[in-house]
Design a protein around this ligand. Structure first.
Ligand SMILES: [Ca+2]
Ligand SMILES: [Ca+2]
Length: 380
């Protein structure tokens, strides 16, 4: 005699030829599953379900994940995702899943170089990245400004930065407060630990705006990356151009022939925008050296004025900068190494290439003390 009746909830992918249960058992002996579902194997048994019952059955959409995705909630990448992204917004990019209410334009003020992404739309505004492998990433960095049109006047018009591991639920980890960023600013926001995984998307969203061109915002040189362990050396000869994994920024810099040398990086000020090249974060130890050749204003007439190159470093992810060699007067008690010139370089009257070698050991003992991040800026 049958003591209970049974109804099974099944699904088919092949038009009803074969059927599988919508939910599977997850018993303590099943080592591969973490989420418990009920009823087991989608079997509704009459003894457990007499009377009216309400069930909330999560669909196992891992069987219908997008190509390249797997796992219970389709958040585990089954393909290699990019480990960083960098966008100067010079052209179309595959980094972005959605760009809503914004377009590439020349900004009203110099921000980084060339065009920036400008959000002015009168409906939704947001920038959603594709998924990346951020297991070893550290931060989101970008240049940002509010108000080429009318700046925001309400806190809900602030731009928020979030991450998601499933493109549905987003966690905010950055808030670009509406009262700040009224002039172009460089921003570094550290990734929370939960965002450092394989299969994370980043989202910039402004949930309210007062209409077209109001509360507008601009973003440029957007980098999602960094490394939890930085390399302790770097050599770049520009043979293959500039690698965005090696060089953090390269605004108004190109590679090619300059002053009878090939495969060099050269910069030129454009529309009041600096020419800047910045290395990746480096781990500087005692005994490290910085070496490079430079040539400034080659082929210019002897009486033409050419802006010098400033060589600076930062130990706070680019928020503040100091000269690699500080200017020291001979009677300055803070100068341990004796009198020296600041690391600012001018053109040679004869147009010759100059070699620079700077020991960096003083930096690990500097007042910043960290020596973790190291940047070089040359302004031509
Ligand atoms: Ca740009
Ligand atoms: Ca407003």
């Amino acid at each position: 005699m049958v003591s209970f009746l049974e109804v099974q909830l099944l699904y088919s992918h092949d038009k009803g030829v074969t059927w599988q249960p919508v939910t599977r058992s997850c018993l303590p002996s099943h080592l591969n599953c973490e989420k418990y579902t009920f009823p087991r194997d989608s079997e509704f048994l009459s003894d457990m379900t007499s009377g009216w019952n309400r069930y909330n059955v999560p669909l196992p959409f891992h069987t219908r994940c997008d190509p390249g995705w797997g796992g219970f909630d389709c958040s585990a990448s089954t393909i290699d995702l990019p480990v960083y992204s960098y966008d100067m917004f010079t052209g179309e990019s595959y980094n972005w899943y959605k760009v809503v209410g914004g377009k590439r334009t020349k900004p009203c003020k110099p921000i980084a170089s060339g065009s920036a992404l400008h959000f002015t739309g009168n409906c939704s505004r947001g920038l959603i990245s594709r998924f990346f492998d951020l297991s070893n990433a550290e931060y989101v960095q970008f240049n940002f400004m509010y108000g080429c049109g009318t700046p925001p006047d309400n806190i809900d018009e602030s731009v928020l930065i979030g991450y998601s591991t499933n493109a549905v639920d987003w966690t905010t980890f950055g808030n670009l407060h509406y009262l700040n960023y009224r002039s172009p600013s460089f921003v570094t926001i550290m990734l929370p630990d939960d965002a450092k995984r394989n299969g994370t998307a980043i989202n910039f969203a402004q949930f309210k705006n007062s209409g077209q061109n109001e509360d507008d915002w601009l973003i440029d040189n957007l980098r999602i990356g960094g490394r939890n362990v930085n390399p302790d050396m770097m050599m770049s000869d520009f043979t293959y151009g500039i690698d965005a994994a090696e060089w953090k920024t390269f605004d108004n810099i190109k590679t090619g022939v300059y002053c009878e040398r090939s495969e060099v990086a050269s910069g030129e000020i454009v529309d009041d925008e600096s020419a800047t090249i910045t290395t990746q974060d480096l781990n500087i130890h005692e005994g490290h050296m910085l070496q490079f050749w430079y040539n400034i204003g080659c082929m210019r007439p002897w009486n033409a004025s050419v802006a010098p190159v400033h060589l600076q470093y930062s130990t706070d992810y680019g928020m503040t900068w100091a000269y690699v060699t500080p200017q020291c007067l001979s009677n300055d008690p803070d100068c341990l190494v004796g009198p020296s010139m600041a690391s600012v370089y001018y053109g040679d009257p004869m147009g010759r290439w100059q070699r620079v070698i700077i020991p960096l050991e003083g930096m690990t003992q500097s007042k910043y003390g960290l020596g973790r991040s190291f940047y070089i800026v040359k302004t031509y």
